[in-house]
Design a protein around this ligand. Structure first.
Ligand code: PNW
Length: 511
């Protein structure tokens, strides 16, 4: 067996570790199998000392998947999914209270009345965030805690809760990132205006957003307007799986989408008008990502074209201020009614773009057809998490960030959600060995690091979620948390992935 060569071609001097390994291979009868590289059962992590790394900079670069300095590590949650305290301190009802209390809508008929009881346990949970070495936390504000009827007289006790929580985060060195709408629309607005079917809801949202920015922007620097327009419109109004459980006609659906993007634009204006100078505002959208099947330049371009088109009703119109031609053509007589003025409002400049990315929308190849791309269907056996929609492809994170930068020249990107649902069995000694979540994190974050190494301006990563919580129509049985939630005792138990996240956040590197 030849000794390994270093990059300048000279033979490396034998070190005791190498000769030991060779002896082991010999005695194990494996030497003749051509196993010159370290076999998997002997491979260890990067054991080079700092001095070694200085001597071989190429190897050390290859071995460490470092994120840029100042990269923010965080976790994300949402009000209805964790807060509980549904009937406390003057909180009004939201469409998710109504929906989750309608029998048959949620797995096991679960609801968010108590959830993780974050409303009372927020101090404990902020310690959990801290112990993850996370320096940022993305939470959402329950609109109906602030305005129980969606508009009108504000509820001071609701405002106080978010004040307390933000102060506690800051006291623990954690930057608050506030989402203004994560789906819990005040029920009154649903009853009065048919919710997102009316422009009145977009206007009410802007009023509430401006109001909250005024209250919090002395301490909160980053505001997200809406979370995942695609999900709350398509699942809430298209197939009825989410609140308010509607199945609208195509024309009504196009119009509801328009009211969502309009709400975002109006809120950007209101936040700018009412917040402290320097406050940053953006959206958190689950951009649908087309991934090139094979990364040839033609396929990469095709994936970019596809991504722009499949997000036409949401992120594309927000970024470009116009509905893509193909989108309007497809809509035909069902196309939304809108004005040029509204398009300007919808595309008001933002400071950053938040992307929620779990799964690829599709794989594509370049094509000479009119669209310029061809969609490749997923194999039936394509792996998923315990969430059937969560098809796995780590490179989605790379391509999501890359497309957003290339298509719209976005200067600041945050991964506002990315996470994995696992079976999370608890062993008799209270261990949760979520090796699959660790595999997920390593794969996806390696691809995110690849993006930052190429200069894609990704500034931070928020894992979904801090703790298992009310997973919408799937109830409490679908678990995305780094911490396991025992819903009976409300105890939080760290999963193995806590250890993994902690280490990565500390080193600012994939490990
Ligand atoms: C997002 N789908 O929801 C939300 O922003 C979170 O509140 C949620 O808990 C998280 O992702 C995990 O599900 C989605 O069916 C729910 O494609 C469903 C889908 C996508 C996103």
């Amino acid at each position: 067996m030849k000794p390994p060569k270093s990059s300048d071609g000279s033979e490396k001097t034998k070190n005791p570790e190498q000769s030991n390994r060779r002896d082991f291979l010999k005695s194990a009868g494996l030497a003749g199998l051509g196993l010159s590289a370290t076999p998997f059962f002997l491979s260890s992590c990067n054991t080079k000392t700092e001095a070694d790394q200085k001597q071989s900079p190429i190897l050390s670069e290859r071995d460490t998947l470092q994120f840029p300095q100042g990269f923010l590590w965080g976790t994300a949650t949402a009000s209805y999914q964790i807060e509980g305290a549904a009937n406390e301190d003057g909180r009004g009802k939201s469409i998710w209270d109504t929906f989750s209390h309608t029998p048959g809508k949620i797995v096991n008929n679960d609801n968010g009345d108590i959830a993780c009881d974050f409303y009372h346990k927020y101090k404990e949970d902020i310690q959990l965030i801290k112990s993850l070495n996370a320096k940022a936390y993305r939470f959402s504000i329950s609109w109906s805690r602030i305005f129980p009827d969606g508009a009108g007289t504000p509820n001071q006790k609701g405002i106080d809760f978010y004040n307390r929580m933000v102060d506690e985060l800051l006291a623990n060195g954690i930057q608050p990132f506030a989402t203004l709408f994560h789906w819990d629309l005040p029920q009154t607005l649903q009853d009065k205006y048919k919710g997102w079917q009316s422009k009145e809801t977009s206007k009410a949202f802007a009023d509430y957003a401006g109001f909250m920015a005024e209250k919090l922007s002395d301490r909160v620097n980053h505001f997200f307007t809406l979370n995942e327009m695609w999900t709350f419109i398509e699942l809430g109004h298209g197939n009825g799986l989410h609140a308010p459980g509607l199945k609208l006609s195509p024309a009504e659906l196009y119009q509801a989408r328009h009211h969502a993007v309009l709400a975002h634009g109006l809120a950007v204006q209101a936040i700018r008008a009412q917040s402290k100078t320097g406050t940053k505002v953006g959206i958190a959208e689950n951009v649908k990502v087309a991934v090139p099947l094979i990364e040839t330049p033609e396929n990469c371009k095709a994936a970019e074209i596809a991504t722009r088109e499949i997000n036409a009703g949401y992120l594309t119109v927000v970024m470009e201020g116009k509905y893509a031609e193909a989108y309007l053509k497809k809509a035909g007589a069902d196309a939304p009614i809108f004005t040029e003025d509204e398009l300007k409002i919808i595309s008001a400049p933002t400071d950053f773009c938040g992307i929620n990315i779990y799964n690829p929308e599709c794989y594509v190849k370049a094509s000479s057809n009119e669209a310029g791309y061809q969609i490749i269907p997923f194999a039936k056996s394509h792996p998923t998490s315990t969430s059937p929609w969560e098809l796995l492809a780590p490179e989605t994170l790379y391509w999501g960030a890359k497309h957003v930068q290339n298509l719209w020249n976005v200067k600041e990107i945050y991964v506002t959600e990315n996470g994995y649902s696992s079976t999370d069995e608890v062993t008799p000694d209270n261990q949760i060995n979520d090796t699959d979540r660790i595999m997920f994190l390593r794969g996806y974050l390696s691809q995110l690091q690849r993006a930052t190494a190429e200069g894609v301006p990704v500034k931070g990563y928020f894992y979904w979620s801090l703790v298992d919580n009310f997973e919408w129509a799937m109830g409490f049985n679908t678990r995305f948390g780094l911490y396991y939630m025992d819903y009976k005792s409300l105890k939080r138990i760290p999963k193995l992935s806590v250890e993994y996240f902690k280490a990565m956040a500390l080193k600012n590197s994939v490990l």
